[in-house]
Design a protein around this ligand. Sequence first.
Ligand code: CA
Ligand code: FE
Length: 303
Amino acid sequence: MGVMRLGYVHARVTDLAEARSHYGDTLGMRLVHEEAGRLYYKAWDEYDHHSVVLDEGGVGLVKLGYKVERPEDLAEFEKRAQAFGCLTERMSKGDNLAVGDGVRIVLPSDHVLELYADIEVTGTETGTLNPDPFPRHLVGVGVPRIDHALITAEDPALSERFFAEVLDFKVSERVVTDLDGGDTIGTWMFCTNTPHDIAVINGPNGKLHHFAYYLTDWNDILHAGDLFAMDDVSVDIGPTRHGITRGSTIYFFDPSGNRNEVFSGGYMTYPDFPTITWTADQLGKGIFYISRELNERFTTVLT
Ligand code: CA
Ligand code: FE
């Protein structure tokens, strides 16, 4: 039993034509399905049907989907979420295109999270038989896969408890106001062997800070930065490195103002990975290791 990974990010965009240019031409995701007011994308190294869904109208997050190991896991997670005090509802096969039955949970931070075990598997562009290392005709950045999301919550400690107690996520890193019983102002949690599969920082409930794509290495981060310049993508910060997770990064905005990230590196996690603690006075270094300063946008621009 367990949550395997972030499977999809379902977000809102103000303009689908602009979103097509960003997610399709600049990031190089493949449009796998479209219907009135909605686009479905997948990245080239993802096996499942889609990983990003974009609805026309507004900005921010509609919901996050996390894929669980077995259909039987759904009932157990549902029971635990209810015991935690969360509103839940069942979703049926077909409620989400290509996705099977699932459980929809309203998090303590008001975000909607969906758990599902089945989604149509359409394969990667290189396949599973004698595969090439990458497809020859990638467009733009050619992002291989989504990696994590960072959301904001009035009470990050409560969100951390939810992900730990209900979904068995572990905490890789935590930022506290002080070491003696201080408040948690940010938490980075994993269910895979990467530094984070969800992160929560202090802020208004229900908001999106960013969602991220994993790139292979620092060179790919720089290459992505060059493409952002060519395509006039609004860049928030980077290329730089995070102290927290040790990843290299560029934060940038889609044309609607939703923050995206390309992320690379970071360490490996495992079930007995100890939690790394940062104190709030070192937060600048934690977020942007080299400049050691948070920019104004980092804490104020949310969708
Ligand atoms: Ca991850
Ligand atoms: Fe990130």
